[in-house]
Design a binder for this molecule. Sequence first.
Ligand code: RUB
Length: 311
Amino acid sequence: MTTLTETAEKIKNMEIRGAGRIARAAANAMKEEAMSIETADLEEFNKRMREAYTTLLNTRPTAVSLPNALKAVMRYRADSVEEARQAIIANADAFIAASENAVKRIGEIGARRIKDGDTILTHCNSSAAFHIFEAAFKQGKDISVVATETRPRQQGYITVDFLHKAGIPATLILDSAVRYYMKKVDLVIVGADAITVNGSLINKVGTSQVALAANEARVSFICAAETYKFSPMTLFGEMVEIEERDPSEVLSPELQKKWPNLKVSNPAFDITPHKYIDMIITEIGAIPPEMAYWVIKDKLGWELEEAAGGI
Ligand code: RUB
């Protein structure tokens, strides 16, 4: 059994990464924490669970799937520790199962958008996007995927490894080759860390440049996002925080010392305005970004009540 601090550390250092995986790992860590707390005092139990919630919440700030998963696990009322423990275990299991099903369903729905012979460009590494490629390929469609390297953490290598294992033809390109390559591409499919109430997409830094290049070349830009990536808090005016990561990911400490006056900025995500997004593929269907409000309202209604109460 992995401890909660171990999971939190793995999310921070990106051993566990990608919004969906982060959410499932956090739900599982909460379940294991609930199973391991030894007390008969309900107040003490609840306090320890709230501490666990905060530790996991503070690992990475951008993926909205993380707070959404944690809240889903923590939604319980109980009169005893045993009742609380069982409710948390059931909530975590239900979230993980729903998340895995959502990604599968996105694969099935998204594959319908892919035609035989299509070349698809993707950025970073998204499990939801990969499920679409895999489903289309398994349907016998002759597809190929162009994957960006994704500086500075090279998540593109993970993507090409997935593609290699699935037998899907792939081409790795530099992030800066996106515009040059766009004329050879039929559509773009990327994942999501968050979708805001106005349908904008927060995803790996560089996604908005990919979207601009796709828009200019009249190439469809599709996002694959489970509904738990939609942000209820943006309905209340809150902004999604863009994680700023350590400069050493961009420039070695030696070179930083060599140029002591140089500022190195390393935002991990960026915002793609909804007008550049043709469609968001969710597990409840392929929707235009303008429908984000309805997803938040209908699918995450419980979140809204809590958010409104907390403001
Ligand atoms: C990952 C990233 C992915 C989304 C979606 O960033 O931007 O595109 O999280 O992934 P990082 P998924 O590597 O910094 O976590 O579809 O797997 O949830």
